[in-house]
Design a protein around this ligand. Structure first.
Ligand code: ADP
Length: 638
């Protein structure tokens, strides 16, 4: 028989498992039971349409057997089983995880943090077992196979005898030992029937097929003398005991369940090692009738903002799992929600193609969207800290939601948005909060866009708006301005970028003063504009620059930040130009210099204009296209 090696990455994961990444080694049991249950689900589902299966619901079982003398624990099921190829592919490599790839790409060393996010499932058996034997016979196959491994050294596969379809996994439980830190590791527990019973109750109670264990019990012998209380009067016997209640948690009453029950179920089912931030349990009695269990995770999975991430809820038709990831049940902007839906009104053999057109399903999806929105709204109102934690993980998704589909979902989402405020301590604020505390006379919702908060805060124009006593929202995500464009306004208040050339913050007197100055500076401004042809569309005076000599602003629909984002997108070969205005501060020393040059030394004025433009680009955090020219200009003047 040939000894085969695990694929390199599986070997490393196995190493980690064995050296115990989980503090709770006991979870191996729920992992194996949940695999067994999945396998039964598959065969049960088949049996509904295929008579050749020859089984009815009550025939399906998961069995647990302890052999104390041999120190083995066996978990068997009469599910779909595995072919030789499936044994190789499913147990010989970690097929779908990608965890290690992700880890090496990102140079992560915190193994446990990452691993916790994946269904390493089967491998967890090696946390408690020195040897694992899997015998399996696939449905429809004549031959059964045995897969065997003692851990990192590899595995063997051979044919074997197995009468019935299904899988039988035997663990040779490790001897008790001290771990690396010197702690006593007790594996003996996993050979104790009461311990196993309580683990099944705790982690796998909801499994919808019976989990049966042959338990050893003690009873009085029938012929024992009445006054005999010695051990001789008792005898052992074995009895099959069903360990789980089989009632899916989502069918139970809310009053029967604690937060802990909900959270345990979540962690177990959706392979997350951290507690969810919120859950909602829905029993909908109307039409369509359905039960749903929805969770909001506390952090984004590592692949959340990538194409790999699959959104969707598990879909059950009257208790039978028919789909693991039903996309149609969740809108994209709530794609972070995990959970399941169970409905009597969904047809068992609904196909992928029919899903989108299924009226029942659409109406369930609508009502789930409402539930999630309400849950988030409630959290925002009643538990702000929690909401902010949520928002840090998934806020970006909500903003994309506002922007997508031409703003179709803005009404659902606008009140869930938050932005960083210029107020003391830079808190996150909602639009409602911003608008509610706008001082009298403030016409717009002001925002400053920048790559970082520090950049947005340091813009000369931000200073000017703040000096007016107005709050500014800092937009640091690329999508922010685009999302706001879709909203257009909030409660009748329009949004305005502080970098808008038409900010009109000046009082009437200031305006008049500025107009006069502009009239006097007409020729100078015209010369500068000519010198900057192709770079700016206008040069004008500005009364809002404080201590800064110049700044850039934009006219029209596209701001500089937006142009930067659009031009950085893949496939953006045609450069999008914002209409940029160079604003000059008439109160700054440099203004006098410029005026003196106008009509006298036009050549120098042109160079000054170039330099000031570069300088403004730099303060604004815009990339400089020709650094050599910039350097040349400085040296020329020096
Ligand atoms: P996961 O369950 O997250 O996919 P596992 O490592 O636990 O990862 O299992 C890998 C695969 O092996 C499963 O997806 C399934 O196809 C197969 N498998 C595991 N246990 C069984 C079983 N008892 N019966 C049939 N197939 C199984």
């Amino acid at each position: 028989m040939e000894q085969k090696q695990f694929k390199a990455e599986s070997k490393r994961l196995l190493d980690m498992m064995i050296h115990s990444i989980y503090t709770h080694k006991e979870i191996f049991l729920r992992e194996l039971i949940s695999n067994a249950s999945d396998a039964i689900d598959k065969l049960y589902f088949k049996s509904l349409t295929d008579d050749s299966v020859g089984m009815s619901k009550s025939d399906f079982k998961i069995r647990i057997h302890i052999d104390k003398d041999a120190r083995t624990l066996t978990i068997s099921d009469n599910g779909i089983g595995m072919t030789k190829e499936e044994l190789e592919n499913n147990l010989g490599i970690i097929a779908n995880s990608g965890s290690l790839k992700f880890k090496s790409e990102n140079n992560l060393t915190e193994d446990s943090q990452i691993i916790g996010q994946f269904g390493v499932g089967f491998y967890s058996a090696f946390m408690v077992a020195g040897k694992v034997t899997v015998k399996s016979r696939a449905f429809g196959a004549d031959t059964a196979y045995v897969w065997e491994s003692e851990g990192t050294d590899g595995y063997t596969i051979d044919t074997c005898d197995k009468e019935t379809v299904g899988t039988e996994i035997t663990l040779e439980i490790l001897p008790d030992a001290k771990d690396e830190a010197g702690n006593e590791e007790s594996y003996e527990d996993y050979l104790n029937q009461y311990k196993i019973q309580s683990l099944v109750k705790r982690y796998s109670d909801y499994i919808r097929f019976p989990i049966v264990m042959d338990m050893t019990k003690s009873r009085r012998k029938a012929d024992a003398a009445e006054d005999d209380h010695s051990s001789a009067a008792y005898e052992d016997y074995t009895e099959d005991v069903t360990l789980n209640s089989m009632i899916p948690i989502w069918r139970k009453n809310k009053s029967e369940l604690s937060d802990k029950d909900y959270n345990n179920f979540y962690k177990n089912k959706f392979n997350d090692y951290s507690e969810p931030i919120a859950h909602a349990h829905v029993h909908n009695e109307g039409t369509p009738m359905y039960d749903a269990l929805l969770y909001i995770p506390s952090r984004a999975p590592f692949d959340f903002y990538s194409k790999e991430y699959k959104k969707g809820l598990q879909l059950y038709a009257n208790g039978v799992l028919i789909m693991d990831c039903c996309e149609e049940l969740l809108p994209d902007y709530f794609c972070f929600v995990k959970g399941l839906v169970d409905s009597e009104d969904v047809s068992l053999n609904i196909s992928r193609e029919m899903l989108q057109h299924d009226a029942q399903l659409r109406s369930i999806a609508k009502s789930i969207e409402r539930t999630v929105k309400n849950e988030l709204t409630r959290m925002m109102k009643n538990d702000r800290t929690k909401y902010e934690e949520f928002y840090k993980a998934f806020g970006l998704q909500l903003k994309y939601g506002v922007y997508s589909d031409y703003g179709m979902h803005k009404d659902v989402l606008q009140d869930l948005l938050m932005f960083t405020s210029s107020n003391e301590g830079n808190p996150l604020v909602s639009l409602a909060e911003y608008v509610d505390r706008m001082p009298e006379g403030q016409e717009y919702i002001y925002y400053a866009a920048g790559e970082t908060l520090a950049r947005a805060e340091a813009l000369p124009q931000t200073e000017a708006v703040k000096a007016k006593g107005y709050e500014v929202l800092y937009f640091t995500d690329n999508v922010d301005e685009f999302a706001i464009r879709m909203l257009m306004q909030y409660k009748d208040k329009k949004f305005k970028s502080v970098a808008d050339s038409d900010l009109s913050l000046e009082s009437d007197d200031e305006k008049k003063n500025l107009e006069e100055k502009a009239e006097n500076s007409k020729d100078m401004l015209e010369s500068m504009k000519k010198a900057l042809e192709g770079k700016v569309t206008n040069v004008k005076l500005s009364g809002r620059l404080g201590s800064h000599p110049v700044c850039l602003s934009s006219e029209g629909e596209i701001t500089m930040e937006m142009a930067k984002t659009l031009n950085a997108m893949p496939g953006a070969d045609q450069k999008i130009q914002a209409q940029i205005v160079l604003e000059v501060n008439p109160e700054h020393e440099i203004y006098g210099k410029l005026m003196a040059l106008a009509g006298q030394d036009e050549d120098k004025l042109a160079k000054y204009a170039q330099l000031l433009h570069y300088q403004a680009m730099l303060t604004q955090g815009m990339p400089i296209e020709d650094p050599a020219e910039f350097a040349g200009l400085i040296c020329g003047l020096m």
